[in-house]
Design a protein around this ligand. Structure first.
Ligand SMILES: CC(C)(COP(=O)(O)OP(=O)(O)OC[C@H]1O[C@@H](n2cnc3c(N)ncnc32)[C@H](O)[C@@H]1OP(=O)(O)O)[C@@H](O)C(=O)NCCC(=O)NCCSC(=O)C1=CCCCC1=O
Length: 381
């Protein structure tokens, strides 16, 4: 005789925190699109009934899938729902279109609303931190499907994911120190785990963009695959050296070609990128998800959380006090940096005059609008 006499409640509980108010459709850009796609065996195409993969997609292609404040809420809602939905096996984080996964915070919002409103940006940063937390806390494995450039805050939320598979046209890097911020939304915590310390330092501060092949070689991502299909043939990013490792004693794999070769390759990409084909990228993502699906869910997520804990160590340590510096910075360098980028079509220059700014500081000039005007561009005729 078992324990049938014990009272039991067998009605399922609803643990979902969010409704769909923070999501939209393709036509609603800028927004986040949340889709549950049936879990499918990539070899046979067979659907595993009742099981799904959550696709959380940044949908702001005109602004390179930068996230607006509302979109930050959409990402949080996406990951928290994927986490709590018992039918979901894994989450895929991606962006709309062939150009960009995400280029970080929306510089128009940063420049036109948040700059000079430090406390407002402090509140925004709480949302941003929650967004990174929602990825790191998702109780389903998270795959970053890097459909295009992963820059600035885009790199930060990308690195919060468990694995990254990338289009070979993607570039990776930071923009903060050039545009008036510090990559403290995760990059300064995560990059030294992925790259070596020297590479992490340079990539974090120089604002150089590194290719997907270089990042594969340096262990930032798991794999990069071609997305250009020309006359039925897959073509690896023609701008990048992928057929040799060493030239004249230097490591050249993943570096840009030079001169006319680069020019021609750039023109070819320009011609074909709009029709990029993500078949190989999706195959890789589907294979990973299928591998996850065929593991014990409890043992899987415990193992993932054990690895995530190392990433979270520095992120959790720094995120709360970083919020205050980022907020305060909106009253100074961010006003200038994001202002310059946001007005580049008006002035013709996307950064401030850094040397003049340093000269002004060296002369102990006070930080006011006159001093700022000396370093900003001016409207073109
Ligand atoms: C280097 C770039 C990513 C790509 O350069 P390029 O290929 O030359 O394209 P652009 O002509 O610059 O961009 C095409 C259009 O997209 C608009 N765009 C690009 N990025 C953004 C953005 N982040 N927000 C809004 N709009 C964006 C761009 O203005 C163009 O529009 P147009 O109308 O002129 O055609 C380059 O685009 C770039 O550097 N982008 C900005 C990167 C950036 O500064 N991001 C914010 C960094 S700060 C951040 O993300 C943070 C996160 C949390 C913690 C604190 C923090 O600072």
């Amino acid at each position: 005789m078992a324990l049938e006499w014990m009272p039991r409640d067998n009605e399922n509980k609803d643990h979902m925190l969010h409704t769909d108010v923070h999501w939209g459709t393709d036509a609603d850009a800028p927004c986040v699109v949340y889709e549950k796609r049936p879990l499918t065996n990539p070899k046979t195409g067979e659907v595993a009934e009742g099981l799904y993969v959550s696709w959380i997609r940044l949908n702001n292609p005109k602004q390179y899938n930068s996230y607006t404040t509302e979109m930050v809420k959409g990402v949080i809602a996406g990951f928290e729902n994927a986490s709590l939905d018992r039918s979901v096996v894994a989450a895929v984080f991606t962006g709309t279109g062939p150009y960009s996964f995400c280029t970080g915070g929306n510089t128009k919002e940063y420049s036109e609303f948040y700059s000079l409103r430090s406390d407002e940006y402090g509140q925004y940063m709480e949302l941003f931190n929650h967004m990174v937390d929602s990825i790191l806390a998702c109780k389903k494995p998270v795959v970053c499907r890097v459909n295009g450039m992963r820059v600035a805050g885009g790199q930060e939320i990308g690195m919060a994911c468990d694995l990254a598979i990338s289009s070979d046209l993607a570039i990776f890097g930071q923009a903060g120190p050039k545009h008036g911020s510090a990559p403290d939304g995760g990059s300064s915590d995560f990059l030294p785990w992925f790259l070596n310390m020297e590479d992490a330092m340079w990539n974090c501060v120089s604002c150089e963009m590194w290719t997907a092949y270089k990042m594969k070689m340096k262990n930032l991502i798991s794999k990069c695959v071609p997305v250009l299909k020309i006359d039925g043939q897959w073509v690896r990013n023609p701008m990048i050296i992928t057929d040799k490792y060493i030239q004249d004693g230097e490591i050249v794999y993943g570096e840009y070609k030079k001169g006319d070769e680069l020019k021609e390759a750039r023109a070819l990409i320009k011609q074909h990128q709009a029709n990029a084909d993500f078949e190989l990228l999706d195959k890789e993502v589907d294979n990973i998800v299928w591998t996850f699906a065929n593991l014990f869910p409890g043992c899987l997520i415990k193992s993932i959380d054990s690895v995530r804990a190392k990433k979270k160590f520095f992120w959790d340590y720094s995120k709360n006090y970083n919020r205050h510096w980022l907020a305060a910075n909106m009253g100074g360098e961010a006003f200038l940096g994001f202002g310059a980028f946001n007005t580049k079509r008006i002035t013709g220059q996307d950064t401030i005059n850094f040397l003049k700014f340093r000269q002004n500081i060296a002369e102990c000039k006070t930080w006011n609008m006159e001093m700022f005007a000396e370093v900003m561009g001016t409207p073109k005729e």
